[in-house]
Design a protein around this ligand. Sequence first.
Ligand SMILES: Nc1ncnc2c1ncn2[C@@H]1O[C@H](COP(=O)(O)OP(=O)(O)OP(=O)(O)O)[C@@H](O)[C@H]1O
Ligand SMILES: [Mg+2]
Length: 263
Amino acid sequence: MEEIEMSGVPKTITIQNKTKDELHTMARTFNRMIHRLQENMEKQKQFVSDASHELKTPLTIIMNYADFLRRHGLENQEMANEAINAINSEATRIQKMAQTLLDLATLENESFLEMNELNLVSLCQSVLNQIKPVYKREISLHYEEDPFITRADELKIKQVIIILLDNAMKYSKDRIDVFIEKDKQHAIIRVKDYGIGIPQDEINNIFERFYRVDKARSRETEGSGLGLNIAKSIMKLHKGEIKITSKEGVGTELVLFFPLISL
Ligand SMILES: Nc1ncnc2c1ncn2[C@@H]1O[C@H](COP(=O)(O)OP(=O)(O)OP(=O)(O)O)[C@@H](O)[C@H]1O
Ligand SMILES: [Mg+2]
């Protein structure tokens, strides 16, 4: 343990003692802790490398266009305009991504949650009212009884619902249905679209950070592949769950499970 403290490199220790005494238990606990640390460090490394990779593309575009402007100035008005617009939109993309990454970093911390009793029906209604004027898409809300109460951080859950609706709008053209229901232990929100769907072998990846199905297909739609990962982290903080079913060419359904509170 002293060696680990000196070097700062976490590694497991060899357990020599075969008897099941307190030292043995302590060594095993220590090793489990080191394992968790190693896993987290690995994830962090992966995250930093993914994030820098994602920033590289817009930065390259900005540099190329800036270079073009430096060499040719405004002599060709049309090209100059294209350059300026591209620089502007790529810079906006980086800015959005930076904000999302900051959000992700604070999300890892449970104490940031402001938990209150929450009625999912009025919550969904308020999100839909907020979104409708902007997106001009038919979104219907279905529920049979009122209220559906859970304990949750209102702003965070709104964010999850907006992430799901944003996807439904990007990856489908038809109407969108939102169902609120319950089973024995959960309040449930289902967001269902009738769009392009997701191939079966990609479904397990879409909650990964920066993952987007088929880069070519998703190039037409903007996004950085962070939405569903954020949604998943928020649901985990609420001791809830997020599940997906999808069929290519038919549609996609995202389901949120919240612990139910009965009145
Ligand atoms: N409703 C849906 N229908 C079809 N594909 C979807 C749907 N929701 C998500 N996907 C696929 O999963 C990928 C990951 O979704 P996610 O929301 O995490 O990222 P994004 O929408 O690409 O970007 P953003 O960070 O802006 O949300 C998407 O790129 C898309 O390929
Ligand atoms: Mg998204």
